[in-house]
Design a protein around this ligand. Structure first.
Ligand code: DAH
Length: 341
């Protein structure tokens, strides 16, 4: 065994290492050279047959070779492990910017809810707060306290579902005015949304259930001017600044004077079309100065306090805003229809 033999072992090992590209192969290879019965180990064992001088040279060289080989193998092990890790990362990488494979359909906000929120937010911007009352209501609050005593012909304007002699499904959100007058200390400004019910056959413009929204202001010395100013602000916020508004005298038992508000037709801009029946105007709400009898009925002194109110059909405003010609579409919740908004 000579120093040259050691070099040969080294050369062969280095050559073999060159073609190893796998950690497992490297692990199998290692003991064949450096293991207990490895080539180099066996060569070292031969040392005892050498003369002391030869042994010193041989021993030193053998150690150098061993160190070199161990270093090469260790570096190779690191490189292979790194490569393996990199390969794994590449294989398992997730592209978070890639489009999803499963399409999750997105819900939409119902057009009527969109309009309701828009009106509500416009009113909140004017200092109103939301207020809600029950759908099942005392007949007293729904009619009598609102200056509509039993037998009053105006009760016919609202065909009513009776639950008992004294309890009804509310026909409008106006009984919430009674409730707030009975329970709150004026002054206050309320926006009152809710479902209301009337005995009606379903057709393109009628539904037995529909949505109303009430504006109600109680304060000192309120006049028609305050009502009109509030409504102009409201109409412009909801329909845009180009829309005109007019007040027409009307009648409601709970207001005096009473008016209806028309806006210039949102379809033809006021020229006259099918929707506005050629008039250029569309009615959107009823309003008025609260009749002093109503305040009195609710224990509020009409000499000290005044009030005005307006009531809007949310479905009607929705139809106008989106050009929906059949109210049934707004209540049937057909997803194909709702997806368009
Ligand atoms: N409650 C009325 C209706 O359902 C609408 C209405 C008119 C409400 C005048 C009001 C109002 O608050 O002042 O037809």
């Amino acid at each position: 065994m000579t120093v040259q033999d050691l070099d040969k072992i080294k050369q062969n090992a280095l050559k073999a290492l060159e073609s190893i590209n796998d950690l497992d192969d490297l692990n199998t290879f290692y003991p064949t050279v450096l293991g207990r019965n490895g080539e180099l180990t066996l060569a070292l064992r031969e040392m005892k047959n050498l003369s002391p001088e030869e042994r010193a040279v041989f021993g030193q060289h053998a150690n150098t070779v061993k160190k070199e080989l161990e270093e090469v193998i260790e570096n190779k092990r690191k490189a292979l492990a790194d490569a393996k890790m990199r390969e794994m990362f590449e294989k398992e990488a997730v592209d978070v910017t890639a489009p999803g494979k499963v399409c999750i359909p997105r819900g939409r906000i119902h057009p009527m809810t969109q309009v309701y929120r828009e009106i509500r937010d416009a009113m909140i911007g004017l200092g109103f707060t939301t207020y809600e009352g029950p759908e099942i209501e005392y007949e007293d609050y729904c009619f009598t306290k609102l200056n509509l005593p039993k037998g009053h012909p105006a009760r016919d304007m609202q065909d009513t579902f009776y639950i008992s002699d004294s309890v009804v499904l509310r026909t409008h959100t106006t009984p919430c005015e009674v409730r707030s007058l009975l329970s709150k200390k004026p002054p206050f400004r309320l926006v009152i949304p809710g479902r209301v019910f009337r005995v009606d056959e379903v057709d393109a413009s009628h539904s037995p259930v529909f949505m109303q929204m009430e504006g109600f202001v109680v304060d000192k010395n309120l006049s028609l001017r305050d009502l009109k100013g509030t409504l102009i602000e409201f109409v412009h916020t909801v329909f845009g600044n180009d829309v005109n508004m007019r007040m027409r005298p009307s009648y409601f038992p709970f207001t005096e004077p009473s008016a209806e508000i028309d806006i210039s037709c949102t379809i033809c801009g006021g020229k006259g079309c099918r929707v506005c029946k050629g008039t250029g105007w569309i009615e959107i709400l009823g309003c008025g100065i609260i009749n002093p009898h109503v305040l009195e009925n609710c224990g509020v002194d009409p000499n000290e306090w005044s009030a005005f109110a307006f009531g809007i059909g949310v479905d009607r405003v929705t139809s106008l805003k989106f050009g929906i010609s059949d109210i049934r579409l707004e209540y049937e919740n057909d997803a194909r229809f709702l997806r368009q908004f």
